[in-house]
Design a protein around this ligand. Structure first.
Ligand SMILES: [Zn+2]
Ligand SMILES: [Zn+2]
Length: 244
């Protein structure tokens, strides 16, 4: 067995501006495949956070950016790697189909069991962290959204696109005026997960077909690197091609 060091809390998160007043927040000591992309978006009247990481180190304590202004913390879906710090935020948004999961997360229903072991880290989170007892805290939604709802930052408007398939309440956020899509785990530039306990193959295909037609300029996914329009259509075309 590998013996891993514990990281210092101040080193847990990294941040990087990616343009369009969007900031990437990452957890570099988690292996890439398991590492969720956290996105912070600045608007005129407030900010939006898309996902909040594993929750093993406080996001509000160590990433000042997320507390500078009022923020709406959206859950692209409720797997453990995306909602761990949601309990730290006052305004919490998720889709109706996963509201019960955000309100009552367990190791099983968030997939912490079986995914979370020491093997997913290159440095362990600060003590008293232990993979065997890791769990996400409850963070009941303060706003439940459906397909077509809008998250309003004053000068920026993100449309909720319901994208079931990877999980029943998965959502993507679409800013038509800039062509920015936050896609969550339904599509990103890496191995997609289609076999979770609440995945649905038919829904997955429908969601992919719907996203294919969006005139995207840049896609910021739930995992791996961001990409542009051409790669967006290539990923989806290849994926659909393997299924029909
Ligand atoms: Zn994920
Ligand atoms: Zn997921």
């Amino acid at each position: 067995m590998r013996i891993l060091d514990h990281a210092k809390p101040e080193d847990w998160y990294s941040t990087k501006s990616v343009g369009d007043d969007v900031t990437y927040i990452g957890e570099p000591f988690i292996e890439e495949f398991y590492r969720c992309n956290i996105w912070h978006i600045r608007g005129r009247d407030g900010d939006m956070l898309v996902d909040s990481g594993m929750g093993v180190v406080s996001l509000t304590a160590w990433v000042p950016l997320v507390t500078e202004r009022p923020v709406q913390a959206v859950a692209s879906h409720t797997h453990f790697d995306h909602i761990g710090c949601h309990h730290e935020f006052e305004n919490r948004i998720c889709h109706r189909c996963e509201a019960d999961l955000l309100a009552a997360p367990t190791r099983k229903n968030t997939l912490a069991d079986p995914y979370v072991t020491d093997e997913i880290f290159t440095k362990l989170p600060p003590l008293p962290y232990a993979s065997t007892t890791y769990a996400v805290k409850a963070a009941p939604a303060t706003r439940i959204v459906e397909d077509g709802d809008v998250i309003d930052l004053g000068d920026r408007h993100f449309e909720v696109i319901h994208t079931p398939g990877h999980s029943p309440g998965g959502i993507a956020l679409w800013e038509a005026s800039t062509g920015i899509l936050f896609s969550g785990d339904i599509v990103y530039d890496g191995p997609l997960i289609e076999d979770t306990y609440h995945a649905n193959a038919k829904d997955y295909v429908r969601s992919m077909e719907r996203l294919y037609d969006l005139p995207v300029r840049v896609v910021h996914g739930g995992h791996f690197a961001s990409y542009g329009a051409e790669r967006h259509r290539e990923i989806i075309k290849n994926w659909l091609g393997n299924r029909t």
